[in-house]
Design a protein around this ligand. Structure first.
Ligand SMILES: *Cc1c(COP(=O)(O)O)cnc(C)c1O
Length: 222
């Protein structure tokens, strides 16, 4: 299935009444589909797998803003550091240190979002709310001069219970506001990435500034 231009246009239209940005999640989708999205005016794309992202970047050569939205292994940071626009989903201090190290090598300050675990499902990835607050006050954070924390990212439960989703998104919004106040650079802390195909409308109403949409734009993934 190809890029869904009519869905794209209607989401863009919906976004006009919000201060939010659309990230088109193109994981597992071919470059032809990404090209169609580019032709429709889309500039920012989300990818989950390092190898796939590196191959796509080799094709598009910085015509695209790439957001890494998957789980990033420390030993693979160097493969995407030179060209990545935003690393969403930073889920450990060790990973932040590694991103900083690679940023330093290439004299780049790399934008990051801290991933927060807000869903009910068990997952290994993401900070708890308490851990985010501790991280923001962590003295060693100030020493990482080649990263910039732009905000938070989270995924709600896989649920159709709207009140549960609202609760999760709202608590992430709260945490984001508090973290901004604790941030070393509050003016730069301006991003709250939450909302996917199934729940982005709720996320927007709860204060999302960045939605990550895959299947609605590109069709179901295999
Ligand atoms: C795959 C993915 C998305 C997009 O999901 P859809 O339901 O296809 O919109 C968004 N965020 C993350 C972190 C993902 O891994």
């Amino acid at each position: 299935m190809a890029f869904q231009i009519s869905e794209y246009n209607s989401i863009k239209k919906e976004l006009e009444s919000y201060q939010a940005k659309l990230i088109a999640v193109s994981k597992k989708k071919p470059i032809e589909d990404i090209q169609e999205a580019i032709d429709a005016g889309q500039k920012s794309f989300g990818e989950n797998y390092v190898q796939e992202l590196v191959e796509k970047e080799a094709h598009f050569k910085r015509k695209v803003n790439w957001h890494f939205i998957g789980h990033l292994q420390s030993n693979k940071v160097k493969m995407i550091a030179p060209f990545v626009t935003l690393i969403q989903g930073v889920d450990s201090f060790k990973l932040l240190q590694e991103i900083n190290k690679e940023g330093k090598k290439i004299d780049k300050v790399i934008d990051c979002l801290i991933q927060v675990h807000i869903a009910q499902e068990e997952t290994k990835f993401g900070f708890s709310e308490e851990e985010v607050e501790a991280l923001m006050l962590f003295p060693e954070l100030a020493e990482l001069e080649n990263i910039r924390i732009k905000g938070l990212m989270g995924m709600a439960s896989l649920s159709t219970d709207i009140s549960l989703l609202k609760k999760e998104f709202s608590s992430l919004k709260n945490l984001c506001n508090n973290s901004k106040l604790m941030s070393l650079d509050p003016d730069e802390f301006d991003t709250l990435s939450m909302g996917m195909s199934s729940d982005y409308k709720i996320a927007l109403d709860c204060g999302s500034t960045m939605i990550r949409i895959g299947s609605t734009l590109f069709g179901e993934r295999k």
